[in-house]
Design a protein around this ligand. Structure first.
Ligand SMILES: [Zn+2]
Length: 287
């Protein structure tokens, strides 16, 4: 199929009240697993990789073309997205490779600097027919030495009026907002503010994105979608669970294992987990 853009998929989701799953893939096996899950459920999907996930093993110039080839040969609409782009050069590299969507994350700088950085990326991406996601209200992160003070989380929620000004001054296509989710694996049960999400979605017309989608309950996903979320980023739990399952299977002393077996297990495990998520997100059958 022709590569889908992020905005095509999320706008269709917004209109029909479901969410597009956006899954980070750091290897061929993971990417194949996600695309296979989308095909098995007749679902649109977004495959993505974050700038910080790029490694010497899978730099953008290698993993990018793999993602694009899989997306173009899929039987369902797939968008290829750069998640959390921080540097203009990496974002431009993704666009030049043919990514149909990019995220500029300037959420850590002040409002005006975030607007300026986002506008610059919007201009470059729109000229190439790609869509842009930005983030307002810095998302908290668990892991890597940081823990989140959940009692203070409400102070970091995205301000609805600021979201309106941000979208109109940047012309951004999709907006990632903060209403209680956290990146990484949750150390406490998250309490999402659906009230805040609702306030934002009443005022902002572009599709809204939730990050830190791992570890939420099915109820949280459904409420998020009903209240205006059109793209759900899902990675940490997926990667963690699949690694554990592979590890357990490797303990079996009766099985002679080759490295290609590990790739095949990974693909199958990713596919199974993503199928369940696409069903909960409501995108199954929407391709
Ligand atoms: Zn994120």
């Amino acid at each position: 199929m022709v590569l889908a853009t992020g905005i095509e998929l999320t706008q269709a989701a917004q209109q029909a009240q479901y969410a597009v799953g956006a899954f980070n893939v750091t290897s061929i096996a993971m990417a194949r697993g996600v695309v296979a899950a989308a095909e098995a459920t007749n679902s649109p999907v977004i495959i993505q990789i974050g700038e910080k996930q790029l490694t010497n093993y899978a730099p953008l110039e290698l993993i990018g073309p793999v993602m694009l080839t899989l997306a173009r040969s899929a039987k369902v609409p797939v968008a290829v997205h750069l998640d959390h782009g921080f540097s203009y050069s990496v974002i431009m590299q993704a666009l030049k490779l043919g990514f149909s969507s990019v995220m500029i994350d300037a959420s850590q700088v002040d409002f005006n600097a975030n607007v300026a950085a986002t506008r610059a990326v919007v201009q470059a991406a729109h000229a190439l027919g790609a869509s842009v996601e930005a983030e307002l209200g810095p998302m908290n992160r668990e892991g890597g030495g940081t823990t989140v003070d959940y009692s203070q989380l409400a102070q970091t929620y995205t301000d609805p009026q600021a979201a309106v000004r941000f979208v109109s001054s940047t012309d951004v296509d999709m907006l990632a907002i903060a209403y209680g989710t956290v990146h990484g694996v949750y150390s406490q049960t998250p309490h999402l503010s659906f009230e805040r999400l609702q306030q934002i979605s009443r005022l902002v017309t572009v599709p809204l994105v939730v990050h830190g989608g791992s570890g939420l309950t099915d109820q949280d996903y459904r409420h998020s979608i009903t209240n205006g979320i059109s793209k759900i980023n899902y990675y940490s739990t997926l990667a963690f669970q699949v690694a554990n399952a592979v590890g357990q299977r490797l303990q079996n002393p009766d099985e002679q294992v080759f490295i290609s077996d590990v790739d095949n297990w990974t693909q199958a495990l990713v596919q199974a987990e993503v199928v369940t998520k696409l069903q909960v997100f409501g995108s199954a059958g929407k391709a």
